[in-house]
Design a protein around this ligand. Structure first.
Ligand code: ZEM
Length: 299
């Protein structure tokens, strides 16, 4: 057990949890990033409710939201870290895990501050339905992200999170990775979004998504490449395609596709803002609204 407040020790243990042979693409990193984002993405500016403070996903009311399907894997992967550092709150652990994973996968260093507290019961978890629905379009993205206080530019930057990980048919209904190397953070998502020909397909269970099938794959009748590994088509969600069909999102996609440093800079700022939504701090960085309607009582 580390001494309370030794976040460096926690960071090291999170990093040590990333490698997961046999799970997805061999890394827990992407699901940690999604866990951090979904813990925060419930924020509603108008009522000042939701957000990463509280860690409400431990309760069925939030954890069982179909939008959070699969995130139990991420939470379970972090249990050994919580056991070694029992003084850290889940709300801090989940946000820190996202930040550490991004960095370890080649992404930027995102500023992170501690002090979130965990709800003691489910009476103050945010209502379901606040997270985005990938089957919808640009208006829906604005409805959801403006509600949190984000701009069009920040929406596009944050959507760059889809450089990482994959969709799972048994979680969201969608299937496949967005990029060739889904455990390496880069701006490839934006380049592929612009440069490949995306074809709308209906999966056997009725879900619609966009795919790109590498023409070289057609030669390999059994779908295996030379290494004998399964090739699978790259994919885009309907909401990802909305980023190139919407005239106000498209210019940001183009800029991030051209300029990785700009993308990293804007992603850093937007992600740091995301995990601080609903949290107010004093000059020393201490959270001053731990017992407001967000909940956030120390457990
Ligand atoms: Zn995602 N995301 N996301 N996202 N996301 C999925 C997976 C991942 C949307 C969405 O519906 C989905 C952001 C924004 C948005 C990640 C990061 C971030 C999946 C697949 C869906 C359906 C889930 C599954 O089947 O496991 C929508 C509509 C978004 C609105 C713009 C933001 C913001 C993110 C972080 C900055 C990541 C890393 C994954 C991959 C998770 C994994 O397990 O591999």
């Amino acid at each position: 057990m580390s001494s309370p407040g030794d976040y460096e020790a926690v960071r090291k243990d999170i990093a040590a949890q990333l490698k997961k042979p046999g799970y997805d693409d061999g890394s827990a990193g992407p699901v940690f990033v999604r866990l951090a984002w979904h813990s925060a993405g419930t924020y509603d500016l108008e009522t000042d409710t939701g957000g990463s403070n509280g860690a409400g996903m431990r309760y069925e009311a939030e954890g069982g939201d179909p939008a959070n399907a699969g995130l139990a894997h991420g939470r379970a992967f972090l249990e050994p870290v919580k056991e070694r550092h029992p003084w850290i709150t889940y709300a801090d652990l989940w946000t820190l895990a996202g930040v550490v994973a991004i960095k370890e996968m080649g992404g930027p260093e995102i500023p992170w501050q501690s002090g979130r507290t965990d709800l003691v019961d489910d009476s103050k978890v945010p209502p379901r339905g606040r997270l985005p629905d990938a089957a919808l379009g640009a208006q829906h993205l604005r409805d959801v992200f403006y509600r949190m206080g984000f701009t069009d530019q920040e929406i596009v930057a944050l959507a760059g999170g889809h450089n990482l990980g994959r969709c799972h048919a048994d979680r969201s209904g969608f299937q496949g990775p967005w990029v060739n190397n889904p455990t390496r953070f880069s701006n490839q998502f934006f380049r592929l979004l612009l440069n490949l020909e995306w074809k709308l397909v209906t999966l056997p269970h009725g879900v619609q998504q966009y795919i790109y099938e590498d023409p070289d794959m057609a030669d390999e009748a059994d779908g295996d490449d030379e290494d004998g590994e399964k090739e699978e088509p790259l994919m885009m969600l309907p909401t990802d395609i909305a980023l190139i069909t919407d005239p106000d999102f498209l210019p940001w996609v183009k800029r991030y596709a051209e300029d990785k440093d700009l993308f990293f800079d804007h992603f850093t700022k937007a992600f740091a803002k995301l995990i601080e939504l609903g949290i107010r701090r004093d000059e020393q960085g201490h959270i001053i609204n731990t017992d407001n309607k967000l909940g956030g009582y120390v457990s």
